[in-house]
Design a protein around this ligand. Structure first.
Ligand SMILES: C[S@@+](CC[C@H](N)C(=O)[O-])C[C@H]1O[C@@H](n2cnc3c(N)ncnc32)[C@H](O)[C@@H]1O
Length: 372
């Protein structure tokens, strides 16, 4: 079987590494996605384990389509009835990049017509009832290659299920995990988020440190389809649970806002991770640590969403005086500020630019200057 996992643009390298570590052969990596092969067990292994992924699709077919006729023929010739039942509901979405077919509405309606024609003929029905379980389809065009995809995740994979309370400007869970993995923190050495907000980065770090798959406790749309024996899925979940280990390290989250710390503790407690993370209310100005090294990953408040420009400048200055002085630490800072490094005492080793939702952001990485 062929699968397509999606993530945010610029995070595909992290996703590829995760898939390789899980033992899958990645055939293609392009911005925001990885195409790979796996058996039906991959449905639970990848949906539950991938930290940086947003969705997992099953590839029902791919072919070249430079005309709407080629698009229709490609879909109608796929043996869709092998997977799609007579009573499924088939919403169709479309995306198109650098392709001759670009009208999403037309791609959508032609794909839908071809699916209905194929299934109608296979099940000898003049119209499909579409009153059963959802089978969300996506027709993705890229460089004239059409791919018919079936969404196996349902709720996007960033929804782990631990976020019980809201907080201003939380980072998406899979992006948080990807930033930690980009910072090459794999659960060894101290981890600190000095502006932790609702605790996303610390919670993702705790799951990495304990080898806990982020989607272990949630369910996925494919489980409603009867494609995989539920006993097998349960067995794999049990195996995942048996591999959870106590952490070998220290994880800390600080914030100046006591409400944020309350929310962070509550979120961590949902997965029983509150005992593993030290959350504390503390102003960045007062930040100091006796630790001799480790990794800091944090998410600066966004100028537009939090505070005004003067406050941002003041906070940037504080950041320079405190966090950037941790010269034995590896640092990763997500900021919406293109000028974040201006006037700072240290220059980043690497800057990655990407979209966090619709907001353009920069991930500034600093390698340690000194050995501990
Ligand atoms: C963008 S939010 C972090 C969101 C977090 N990553 C999450 O997923 O919830 C930035 C956080 O920085 C905190 N903050 C702002 N100024 C601070 C300061 N001077 N000291 C400590 N925390 C501060 C805010 O209270 C806010 O919770």
């Amino acid at each position: 079987m062929e699968y397509l996992a999606t993530t945010s643009f610029a995070m595909e390298g992290v996703l590829r590494n995760e898939l390789t570590l899980l033992g899958y052969d990645v055939e293609r990596t392009t911005p925001g996605l990885c195409l790979f092969r796996g058996d039906s067990d991959a449905l639970i292994w990848t949906n539950a384990s991938l930290r940086s992924a947003e969705r997992l699709f099953l590839v029902l077919g791919r072919w070249e389509a430079k005309s709407f006729d080629a698009l229709y023929d490609g879909v109608v010739n796929l043996p869709l009835e092998d997977i799609l039942p007579a009573d499924g509901r088939y919403p169709v979405n479309a995306r198109s990049f650098k392709s001759e077919l670009f009208s999403l509405r037309d791609i959508q309606s032609i794909t839908k017509r071809a699916v209905v024609d194929r299934l109608g003929k296979a099940y000898k029905l003049t119209s499909l009832p579409e009153d059963g379980t959802d089978y969300p389809l996506m027709l993705r065009m890229e460089r004239d290659e059409a791919m018919l995809l079936l969404d196996t995740s349902g709720e996007p994979l960033h929804k782990r299920g631990y976020r019980v309370s809201g907080h201003i400007a939380p980072i998406r869970e899979n992006i948080g995990a990807a930033l930690i993995l980009l910072s090459r923190w794999f659960g060894k050495g101290a981890f600190i988020d000095p502006m932790c907000g609702s605790g996303t980065l610390a919670i993702e770090a705790a799951m990495i440190a304990t080898h806990r798959p982020p989607g272990l406790e949630r369910d996925f749309l494919f489980e409603k389809w009867g494609l995989v024996n539920p006993a097998k899925t349960q067995e794999i979940r049990e195996l995942m649970r048996s591999r959870i280990k106590p952490p070998e390290t220290v994880i800390q989250g600080y914030d100046k806002d006591p409400r944020a710390i309350r929310v962070a503790r509550k979120n961590a407690a949902t997965f029983g991770l509150d005992k593993l993370i030290h959350f504390q209310c503390r102003e960045l100005e007062e930040f100091s640590t006796p630790l001799r090294g480790g990794t800091v990953v944090t998410n600066m408040p966004y100028g537009e969403r939090m505070g005004n420009r003067e406050e941002m400048i003041e906070l940037n200055h504080l950041f320079d005086k405190t966090i950037l002085q941790l010269d034995t630490f590896r640092l990763g800072v997500l900021s919406g500020d293109a000028w974040f490094t201006q006037g700072k005492s240290r220059k980043p080793t690497r800057v990655r630019k990407f979209y966090n939702g619709k907001i353009i952001t920069y991930f500034y990485q600093f390698e340690p200057l000194a050995r501990r």
